[in-house]
Write a protein that binds this ligand. Structure first.
Ligand code: GLN
Length: 280
């Protein structure tokens, strides 16, 4: 069988299993299994497929039918123009989180920042790549995710500008890092009752720890607001990704002794996504 024939078969298989964008995904999975680019795949449909390639492709296709995210199958995802390594155990970087980076760059000029729940390390690494003097304390509760963050720091040679910290409490970070100039984070913010409604890829395969924000989705965000006060310099910034309008309104209505909510930025889909507080 040649590449063109097998590509068509994979497309039909994905389509029948209800995978959206089956044609595009078939190309991505075939390219992955054959170790070639999509252009090469399309340019040479006549190439014969080797038995080991068929074997590799069929296990990738089976995994995709079980809704394993494409990024996990490829072992990578693009974020802020950086090719990051990702896999089971860390949340796949989302485009809306790039707005967190963009907003942080507006407010944060220099110094030390904490990335709360760093996951793959995408936010901290994007910031380190833009702010050459910055230092990152990357906190993460999940040991599996920490490993991905380490791999990415190593990949971009940022190990000397970052500390990976296992935990989820700002109160327990090393005192040598205090006071911080900024805290950023993409905490879990999906209300627990909405978790069963998430698409299968996310619900079945991505870490629930990174998604479930408790009954109203604000559990982690409230804890961060409480703990951040003593860790930031006066005038320091706290930026968190949030779920949208409803959470933005709740947060606006909350009065906080230590923080002033400066603005809430929208993502490309028009959802209120990044809340920015300034420490009074
Ligand atoms: N934006 C993510 C999703 O929709 C949620 C990430 C989070 O809870 N921090 O899957």
């Amino acid at each position: 069988m040649n590449r063109g024939q097998i590509r068509f078969q994979v497309r039909e298989r994905l389509r029948k299993s209800g995978i959206p964008r089956a044609a595009l995904e078939a190309d991505i999975l075939c390219s992955e299994a054959f170790g070639c680019s999509r252009e090469e795949l399309l340019a040479h449909p006549e190439r014969q497929v080797k038995p080991e390639e068929v074997h590799r492709l069929s296990s990738i296709v089976e995994a995709r039918i079980a809704r394993v995210p494409v990024a996990y199958l490829k072992g990578g995802a693009s974020f802020w123009g950086l090719d990051l390594l990702v896999g089971p155990g860390c949340l796949v970087p989302r485009p809306e989180t790039e707005v967190l980076v963009e907003t942080a760059l507006e407010f944060f000029r220099r110094g030390r920042f904490l990335d709360w729940g760093t996951g793959s390390g995408c936010v901290a690494i994007a910031l380190l790549s833009e702010q050459k003097e910055a230092m990152a304390l990357m906190m993460e509760k999940s040991p599996r995710a920490l490993l991905w963050a380490w791999r990415n720091l190593n990949r971009f040679s940022f190990l000397n500008r970052a500390l990976l910290w296992h935990g989820d409490s700002i109160r327990k970070i090393p005192s040598s890092w205090l006071p911080l100039d900024m805290i950023v984070g993409n905490p879990p913010y999906i209300p627990s009752p909405e978790i069963p409604l998430l698409m299968d890829d996310v619900r079945l395969h991505e870490p629930i720890l990174a998604l479930d924000g408790g009954p109203d989705g604000l559990q982690a965000i409230s804890a961060i607001l409480l703990e951040a006060e003593n860790a930031l310099v006066s005038g320091g910034w706290l930026l968190l990704e949030i779920a949208g309008k409803e959470q933005a309104e709740t947060l606006r209505a909350m009065s906080n002794r230590a923080f002033e909510l400066v603005c809430v930025r929208k993502d490309l889909g028009g959802k209120e996504r990044i809340a920015v507080w300034r420490k009074k």
